[in-house]
Structure formats: structure tokens, C-alpha cells
Design a protein around this ligand. Structure first.
Ligand code: MN
Length: 471
């Protein structure tokens, strides 16, 4: 094998000759169109000169199919005789045609020719560096905000989901900390079967903490959640917040990354870890990947190219046996009863499906039924409500791309508690007492009627979504 390097100017000579430099492999340099290589050009004394690439000259080179041809062109048309010297379907050497100007379509279409615009490739490759630098800087800021603290509380939502658990584990990895110095805690506990399976299979501890115990920590990091979420518990301050949920309320934090463009907080954390050069071991990769998968419903919901990139990075690092062990959904018979209740009590109001579960022993059954309810009938929006502990909880799902249920939910329910979310999924959590008092209702079943009445007001703002309810 030989390398043949054809150049018509010095611009690409360095790149072209570097590509052709291989120990023990001969390089033949050809200067085309009057080009004179400078004194520093490699192998200058053996360079061949061709003012024009005639077929006679090309034949004397005796280029074989096993050789490699590199063209560094300032004027690509000068090389047309070279690329067309070989039969399009017959034996031809591979040609790497490097040019910043357009190469003729005829040359570019040949199967043995690959056209490369180095400047475009470099631009494409390097433009991401700005983002990488800023991610690295942010990761360092995050680490700096926490590194001197002996006791860091990593706080999640009350019933932590895989995204929150994985993000908490990522904070621990970033700090090089364990459960003793940076425990992952919640005011509630992990109730969902799959999520408990995640803790068991990955050996993760998520303990409970009382609101009054928060003061005992040097720093509070909220992952996948923000201070306004804890409004009903009290005023819980955070030093660090990393989340992807929209919250219109303002609050203070030393370090805040809240980006609703991400499908999962785990994606943000995976970017930080990789920018900071922290090794993502199999256990952590499995957790983060599971966080991305569950929050984005396997990249089908609220996901961005960044979630795809994180997915790509984590996939080969994760343990897929553990992953399938975690994600196999299992329903306990008590939970099945809620599904039965949901199907029986469902009410279609135009394109809105309303389901009322009454008292729910576990809050997470409400969003689960909401996910499930998207499979019922032709409705485009589902609202599933129930009472969990002392709160009225409503989970909303939307398949209509023209609707923003996050904004709709905030508009309808924010005055009674916390309410909002994404375009495709939203949630309202309202203290039962406050809600029923405001609506002049008494008890759980009247809360249902009050919610139906509120949903009915959509008739005016979103005609076509709900039909008149009648009596
Ligand atoms: Mn999340």
C-alpha cells in the first residue's frame, strides 16, 4: 500500500501529509497546477510536479486499488481528471477529497470518493465546546458550593421517584460522599413497588427526615424538586437546587439549575458528572439511565436531544439485567382495586376524561392511573383526582400538542395550593381543608363535585375541550 497525496496549495498540506504518514508506508507527493511546496514541506525533494493532471501522467503513477489517495484541494476542479480516471464500477483506490470549496457532484457521487470539508467538520465538532466549558464550570461551582460541608442533606420529593433517587446518587458521587455525610432523604418515603425494587437492587438508601431536622444539616440540596413544592410542610430553604420542573414562584438558592428543557434531572446530573470527570460506575449509570427512562417514558415524552445524549452515554455503562428487574411493573391487588375504580368511575366530558378515586392510600396511585388513563377511549386530556393524606391531588395528562396543561392547571388550581407542570403533564396539590372551605364543600365527595365544576369553566377558555356538563 502507498499513499498518494495531491495538493494544489499549501493550505491543506499539513493535514493531508499527516494523514498519509504511517511508519513503513511510502508517500508519493504530487504538486498540481503550478503549486510549489515550501521549504518545510515533507519529502520536498521527491515531490512530483504536474501542471495539469492528464490521463497520461496519472497512468505513470500506477495507482493501485490497494493504495490510498488524499486530495488537498483549493481548486477542486483541477482534480476532476484524477477522480474520473478510474471506472465508477470497477477497481478504484479509496480517495479522501479534502476541500473547502464544493466538489463536483460527479466526483462526490463516486463510491470510492469521500468528500470532507475540514472547516465545516471542525466547526461542527468544536461548537459544542462552548457548552462543554460552561457545563464544566457549572459542575465546579456546584462542587464548590458543597465541598466544605460536613453534613449535606439531599432532599427529594415526598415519594421519591427514580429520577430523584438517581440524581441524589449523582450528587453523592460528585462529592465523593456516602450516606453518612450526604444522605438522600425525603419527608415521606418511597412507596412505589418499582422504586422500592430500584433501592433494593442497587443497594441505595433513601431515609425519612422530619422538617425540623433539616436545620441540623450544613447544606440542603434539592434534586428533582424545588422549595415551593414543600409549601405545605413549611418554609424549607435550599442552598442548591437542580430540577427540570417549572415553578413560577421565586425563591433564593446559592446554586440553581432549573431547566425545563430537560426530560429528567438525571440528564442534568449525568452531564455534570461527565463534565467534571467523575467516573460513572455501573450502579450509578443504571440508576441515572432508569431515571431518564422513567421520566421521559423511554424518551417519548418531554425529552430533548440532551436526554438522548445522556441515554447514549449511559446505555453501555448500565447493568441491563438490573434495569429490567426494576422496570417490570407489578400491581398489588389493593392497587388493582384503584384501576377498577378508575374504569368504573370514569366520566368523559367531551375530550376530557375525568376520574375520581376518592381517598387514595398512596399518593402515587393518582399519577399512575393518570398515565394509564391515556389508554382509555379517544380523549386527549385526562384529569385524575383523589385525596391523599390531607391533600386533594390532581394529575393531568395531555396528548393535544396545541394545549399546555401546565398553564391550564396553574390557572385553575394555583389559588388553592401548588399547581402547574409541563405541556403534557401537570399536577395540583391542594390542602383538603383549604380547598373545601374555599369551595363551600364538605368532605371528600363534595371535593369531587367542586373539581368538576372548576373543570367545567374550561368551557369558556377552551371551547371544544369540554362539553357542557349539564346538571
Ligand atoms: Mn424528574
Amino acid at each position: 500500500m502507498k499513499y498518494f497525496v495531491f495538493l494544489d496549495c499549501s493550505t491543506l498540506s499539513h493535514v493531508a501529509t499527516s494523514l498519509a504518514t504511517e511508519p513503513g508506508v511510502e508517500m508519493v507527493m504530487v504538486a498540481v497546477g503550478g503549486y510549489q511546496p515550501g521549504a518545510s514541506a515533507p519529502d520536498r525533494e521527491h515531490t512530483l510536479y504536474a501542471r495539469e493532471l492528464t490521463s497520461g501522467f496519472i497512468a505513470t503513477l500506477d495507482i493501485k486499488q490497494t493504495d490510498r489517495v488524499i486530495i488537498g484541494a483549493c481548486e477542486p476542479d483541477l482534480f476532476t481528471p484524477l477522480t474520473s480516471a478510474f471506472p465508477p464500477q470497477g477497481p478504484a483506490p479509496p480517495v479522501l477529497f479534502i476541500s473547502e470549496k464544493p466538489v463536483s457532484a460527479e466526483a462526490a457521487a463516486r463510491p470510492n470518493v469521500s468528500v470532507v470539508n475540514l472547516m465545516e467538520s471542525a466547526k461542527e465538532r468544536l461548537s459544542g465546546e462552548w457548552r462543554d466549558i460552561s457545563t464544566r464550570q457549572r459542575a465546579f461551582e456546584l462542587w464548590s458550593a458543597l465541598k466544605d460541608s460536613d453534613r449535606v442533606l439531599i432532599l427529594t420529593q415526598n415519594d421519591p421517584d427514580p429520577d430523584a433517587i438517581a440524581s441524589g446518587m449523582a450528587i453523592q458521587a460528585l462529592l465523593g460522599a456516602g450516606d453518612d455525610t450526604a444522605p438522600i432523604r425525603a419527608f415521606g418515603k418511597v412507596t412505589r413497588n418499582e422504586n422500592r425494587a430500584m433501592l433494593r437492587l442497587l443497594g441505595v438508601k433513601v431515609g425519612s427526615v422530619l422538617p425540623e431536622e433539616v436545620k441540623g444539616f450544613d447544606k440542603v440540596v434539592m434534586v428533582d424538586v424545588q422549595p415551593p413544592y414543600f409549601k405545605s410542610v413549611g418554609s424549607i430553604k435550599a442552598d442548591v437546587v437542580i430540577d427540570h420542573h417549572p415553578y413560577p414562584q421565586r425563591y433564593k438558592a446559592d446554586f440553581r439549575v432549573v431547566d425545563t428543557g430537560y426530560g429528567a434531572t438525571a440528564t442534568i446530573m449525568a452531564e455534570f458528572l461527565s463534565a467534571a470527570g467523575v467516573k460513572i460506575n455501573q450502579r450509578l449509570a443504571t440508576a441515572l439511565l432508569y431515571g431518564v427512562i422513567t421520566d421521559t417514558m423511554l424518551l417519548s415524552r418531554q425529552s430533548s436531544t440532551r436526554d438522548f445524549e445522556a441515554f447514549n452515554m449511559l446505555w453501555p455503562l448500565a447493568n441491563h439485567d438490573l434495569l429490567s428487574g426494576m422496570s417490570r411493573p407489578r400491581l398489588r391487588s389493593q392497587e388493582l382495586d384503584y384501576f377498577v375504580k378508575a374504569i368504573r368511575s370514569r366520566r368523559e366530558i367531551g375530550r376530557l376524561l375525568f376520574i375520581w378515586l376518592g381517598r387514595a392510600s398512596k399518593e402515587d396511585i393518582i399519577p399512575r392511573i393518570a398515565d394509564f388513563s391515556m389508554q382509555i377511549g379517544d380523549t386527549s386530556v385526562c384529569a385524575v383526582g383523589g385525596v391523599s393524606r390531607d391533600n386533594v391531588v390532581i394529575s393531568i395528562r395531555n396528548m393535544d400538542p396545541d394545549l399546555d396543561v401546565g398553564a391550564i392547571t396553574a390557572g385553575l388550581f394555583a389559588q388553592y395550593g401548588s399547581a402547574g407542570g409541563h405541556r403534557t403533564m401537570a399536577k395540583a396539590v391542594m390542602p383538603l381543608k383549604k380547598f373545601t372551605k374555599a369551595k363551600g364543600a364538605a368532605g371528600v365527595s363534595q371535593a369531587r363535585t367542586a373539581i368538576l365544576r372548576i373543570l367545567k369553566t374550561l368551557e369558556k377558555t377552551h371551547p371544544g375541550l369540554v362539553k357542557p356538563l349539564g346538571k
